[in-house]
Design a protein around this ligand. Structure first.
Ligand SMILES: [Zn+2]
Length: 396
């Protein structure tokens, strides 16, 4: 039996006044999820271990079956794995956003963690310029995509910089950056890099007026997915951190043209890639970023639309082709409630459906319905093993 994980990043949310007390998942028209849920094991899963921040890196690592409290070293290292960077175990890797802010001082406010969703066409030359002007044997800037890039300090894992606690910029929209400016100031190296980069970037004529290094750690090392779970698998996603998790665990990483991570992403390209891989593969992890991005933007309309497209343009065609003889896991990695516009570590709703699944007695897939069954996977990284156990029992 083939296994498809369909993950809508940040899909979970809370009831909203604007939608008559419904969550965006409830408000969205999702006939395909609502059909699947009738025959499925439905429950919740704690994808974020206690004491860890509710990031997509941590939550998706759990969904792939690896315990973040054991393997997670930071967001930067996962994205470095995505790019296949050659790193030494003692290097320190930062995720580096290009951001828009009012001023780079304690009076400053974070305006946009994505510099207006800057395109790679514009952002990559900026990062290359930073590397030319500020790069050295010790410090290297690596361009990624859109607003997401990397900064590496060679040998930095043993330096004080590894301990700095810098907040993710997507948690700071319209908030003061005073705390983080003080944190950067603890490191002469980082402080000087951030300041010099600001001098260069503010002349760029784009919304990218500053770098924001965060999420640093030693290079990521994961066990092999195939060796651990016995399946030949692939990840299909627009975002670097999912590709990094895939690459670090030996999963095939499929690049999709036009996959943007936004509501207008190339859904058909992702579905096609999943089908192509499944011709001789066993497992795909199809990840859609749109609901999360819309949650960060606080857009109910876009979040509902992203969820509806996930339902009609990802789940529907894949279910039509594989529904008769494959297993489907539909879930999100974490909540991104419209109200807070940031991630939340509440346990996520999931459903597992395969031909032998029993009736759930439910008629829609929602946060509330998933909680109503009482099924809870307390350690998120156990979910993959639980899924494989359910399927193998069904096959007997
Ligand atoms: Zn997010």
């Amino acid at each position: 039996m083939k296994l498809l994980f369909l993950i809508a990043d940040g899909m979970g949310g809370w009831p909203l006044d604007e939608t008559d007390g419904q969550t965006t998942l409830e408000a969205a028209h999702t006939p395909n999820m609502d059909k699947l849920v009738r025959r499925a094991s439905v429950g919740r899963c704690r994808t974020v271990p206690e004491g860890m921040p509710p990031g997509s890196d941590i939550a998706n690592m759990s969904l792939l079956g690896f315990d973040p409290s054991e393997y997670h070293t930071g967001r930067g290292p996962i994205e470095a794995a995505a790019q296949g960077l050659e790193l030494d175990p003692d290097d320190l890797v930062f995720r580096m956003n290009l951001v828009n802010l009012t001023s780079l001082d304690e009076d400053g406010t974070m305006l946009d963690y994505s510099a207006g969703h800057i395109s790679s066409d514009k952002s990559v030359p900026l990062v290359e310029k930073l590397q030319n002007e500020l790069g050295s044997d010790l410090v290297q800037f690596y361009p990624g995509i859109q607003y997401r890039h990397l900064l590496v300090i060679r040998g930095g894992a043993r330096m004080a910089e590894s301990e700095l606690d810098i907040r993710p910029p997507h948690d700071l929209t319209n908030q003061s950056i005073a705390e983080d400016i003080k944190t950067y100031a603890k490191s002469d190296l980082l402080n000087s890099l951030v300041r010099k980069a600001h001098e260069i970037l503010k002349e760029s004529g784009t919304e990218a007026v500053s770098i924001w290094p965060w999420g640093q750690g030693r290079p990521l090392i994961l066990p092999g997915f195939k060796e651990t779970f016995g399946m030949k698998g692939a990840v299909i996603s627009a975002v670097d951190l999912i590709k990094g998790l895939g690459r670090a665990s030996g999963l095939e990483v499929v690049d999709i043209e036009g996959a943007t991570g936004l509501v207008d992403t190339n859904y058909e390209g992702k579905v096609e890639a999943a089908m192509k891989f499944l011709e001789d593969g066993d497992f795909v992890f199809v990840h859609l970023e749109g609901p999360d991005e819309s949650g960060h933007m606080g857009s109910i309309k876009d979040k509902v639309t992203s969820i509806e497209r996930f339902d009609s343009r990802v789940l529907a065609p894949l279910y039509e082709k594989y529904g008769a003889d494959s297993a489907f896991m539909v879930a999100c990695d974490h909540f991104t409630p419209i109200k807070t516009r940031t991630h939340d570590s509440e346990p996520v709703p999931f459903m597992l459906s395969y031909p032998e699944s029993e009736d759930s007695g439910l008629d829609s897939f929602s946060e509330k319905n998933s909680a109503s069954t009482g099924l809870m996977i307390n350690k998120g990284s156990d979910l993959m093993r639980w899924v494989l156990d359910q399927i193998s029992q069904a096959e007997k």
